[in-house]
Write a protein that binds this ligand. Structure first.
Ligand code: ADP
Ligand code: MG
Length: 628
């Protein structure tokens, strides 16, 4: 096939421009990215060769080679890993075929300081070569294939691709340096970058041996190579030999992340299963956290051979942000991924690792509160999926949950269930909460009025996942969770007899009005009754304890699901002037309009949409005219 010129996907062009500008101050990371890819390529080959040993083509000595040429002004990174076929080059290097790419680009602001964080989340990868190069030539041959592919681009919107010959399998990347980037044509500089960012790579990263000089001070030419890094898998070293910096650099490689991790746990487990785990909590959520086909997860190795990267088999969904490595000493090497995926042993390793992650988070929550708050802001919504998914660890996950509450400032979720229980009022035996579509709707809900009056704390739940959460966490520390928008209000001990008596009297007095409202509203409500929930508002809606909450019903409907309408109960505040006025109006010509307004405003206060908004406006206008 002859040489072809192809255009980059529009997004790639944008990404390149942005990357070059926003990462320029950190340009040396290009080498880390290329070495990281070379190492992944060798991992893939080693795994493929467990089934097809001939892929080694007689060369099982996997390595990475970094070289530079002062005259040609090039830096070259070579590996003898799996290589790429032509199609793979086009798919992996010419396009960003990742789900979530569109959303990612829509978030970019044009402010390079802000965008560089985003780029970090997206993963900079191969394209970082264009920070320092004005031309990149990639030549690659997939192990076992005959022909090789050459890809070349100046990073300006196009690339060429052609078929070539290449003796060794694997990938060679030649960076033709931009004017002014000569600092990288230097042995010492390249070595120090490798030690700084890539020391943890388990394969040797080779460079030409340092020059020796003869007696007359003349440089003795040598072609001998030596490894610049330690070249053993980082996780196999003992903790005391690993610096925080090394842990962090290793994280960036396994997680394809640009930022430091928030925390990590490194342990060798012995017993029925023998394995090493090195698991990290990222600082920031990756851009594809909610994508079904997200790419990264925890990596499974068996005796240092990479087997698979899989978020589901090694971590439950609610911990899908965890990154790192699990290296088993006793899983079989020569079985397929499919078999491993169903293996009971993998299952038991997974459950051990989940416990480790939960301990790590508990430790963070206990001893690094600010970091835990950061963690919660990034991953809290995902953690809230936990109690529904991981029954065995439900209690521990419940302990890690954080909420906004009427006892804390603002939307921030910082109140744990234990905090809440610690503040229970004398005689209070329930954990009260309200769910709503938005924080504002929760915080301003009329249902809160009596709780405010009595100084009882209520958790304010406004994340979509909260409805599912409260369906699985129904109690904590022996205290039931109770929605304040469900069932009859029962404040037990907090109601004094005088109050109760007063309420009964009010209810009696309003009997006829209540009946009349019920008749006026007909099928729209299940019941109308007097409540003492309210102090400022005339009315609110509740459902029975066993019914689906109105919020959940709205969520499901907006997600396109068919749900049966639950008829609400309209509760009215006997002390409110409007209700008193209604009493006077009973039997009047506007009574039915007024009743409807009472219901509609209660719906609006919940954040619901009215079935007949125009009717509402008309009635409201009519009412305003009578006042005017
Ligand atoms: P990432 O490493 O996060 O996948 P990169 O931009 O670094 O993203 O690389 C994109 C893809 O290109 C890789 O996933 C891999 O499929 C392919 N690739 C890059 N470098 C190599 C290499 N040296 N050998 C084989 N494949 C490579
Ligand atoms: Mg990469």
């Amino acid at each position: 096939m002859s040489k072809e010129t192809l255009g980059f996907q529009t997004e790639v062009k944008q990404l390149l421009q942005l990357m070059i500008h926003s990462l320029y101050s950190n340009k040396e990371i290009f080498l880390r990215e290329l070495v990281s890819n070379a190492s992944d390529a060798c991992d893939k080959l080693r795994f493929a060769a467990t089934q097809h040993a001939d892929l080694y083509e007689g060369d099982g000595d996997l390595k990475i080679h970094v070289a530079f040429d002062k005259d040609a002004r090039t830096v070259t990174v070579t590996d003898n890993g799996i290589g790429m076929s032509r199609d793979e080059v086009v798919a992996n290097i010419g396009t960003i075929a990742r789900s979530g790419t569109k959303e990612f680009f829509s978030q970019l602001t044009g402010d390079s300081a802000k965008d560089s964080h985003l780029i970090g989340q997206f993963g900079v990868g191969f394209y970082s070569a264009f920070i320092i190069a004005d031309k990149v030539t990639l030549t690659t041959r997939r192990a076992g294939e005959h022909y090789a592919t050459r890809w070349e681009s100046a990073g300006d919107g196009e690339y060429t691709i052609e078929e070539v010959q290449k003796a060794g399998r694997g990938t060679e990347i030649v960076l033709h340096l931009k004017e002014g980037e000569d600092e990288f044509l230097n042995d010492w500089r390249l070595r120090s970058i490798i030690t700084k960012y890539s020391d943890h790579i388990s394969l040797p990263i080779l460079m030409k041996k340092r020059a020796e000089y003869d007696d007359e001070g003349k440089e003795k030419p040598t072609d001998e190579l030596e490894a610049v890094n330690q070249a053993n898998a980082l996780w196999t070293r003992s903790k005391s030999e690993i610096s925080d910096e090394q842990y962090k650099e290793f994280y960036k490689h396994v997680a394809h992340d640009f930022e430091d991790p928030l925390a990590w746990s490194h342990a060798r487990i012995e017993g029925r299963q023998e394995y090493t785990e090195l698991l990290y909590i990222p600082t920031r959520a990756p851009f594809d956290l909610y994508d079904r086909d997200r790419r990264h997860g925890v990596k499974l190795y068996v005796k240092r051979v990479f087997i698979m990267e899989d978020s589901e088999k090694l971590m439950p969904q609610y911990l899908r942000f965890v990154r790192g490595v699990i290296d088993s000493a006793d899983l079989p090497l020569n079985v397929s991924r499919e078999i491993l995926q169903q293996s009971k042993d993998v299952e038991s390793i997974k459950s051990g690792c989940v416990k480790k992650v939960l301990s790590l988070l508990e430790d963070l929550a206990e001893n690094r509160k600010e970091d835990y708050a950061k963690f919660w802001a990034e991953f809290g919504k995902v953690m809230k999926e936990g109690p529904g998914e991981d029954f065995a660890n439900k209690e521990r996950i419940a302990g890690l949950l954080r909420f906004a509450s009427t006892a804390s400032e603002g939307e921030g979720q910082g109140v744990s269930l234990a905090d809440y229980v610690g503040r229970l009022k004398e005689g209070q035996d329930k954990i009260y909460y309200i769910t709503a579509d938005t924080f504002a709707a929760a915080k301003n809900s009329p249902h809160l009025e009596v709780f405010k009056k009595k100084g009882i704390e209520v958790l304010l739940l406004a994340d979509r996942v909260d409805e599912w959460l409260v369906s699985s966490v129904t109690e904590f520390d022996g205290k039931k969770l109770q929605s304040i928008a469900k069932g009859e209000l029962d404040l037990g001990q907090f109601e004094d007899e005088a109050e109760k008596k007063q309420q009964e009297e009010a209810a009696n007095e309003l009997k006829d009005v209540i009946e009349a409202i019920k008749t006026a509203l007909g099928e729209q409500v299940k019941d109308v009754r007097v409540t003492h929930r309210l102090t400022d508002s005339p009315a609110c809606l509740v459902v029975e304890n066993f019914d689906m909450s109105a919020n959940l019903e709205r969520l499901l409907k907006s997600a396109g699901q068919e749900v049966k309408n639950t008829k609400p109960i309209l509760e009215v505040n006997p002390e409110h002037l409007l209700v008193k006025k209604l009493k006077v109006e009973t039997g009047g010509e506007r009574f039915s309009d007024w009743s409807q307004l009472l219901l509609d405003q209660a719906l609006l206060a919940e954040g619901a949409q009215l079935d007949d908004p125009a009717g509402f406006v008309k009635r409201l206008n009519g009412l305003m005219l009578t006042v005017a």
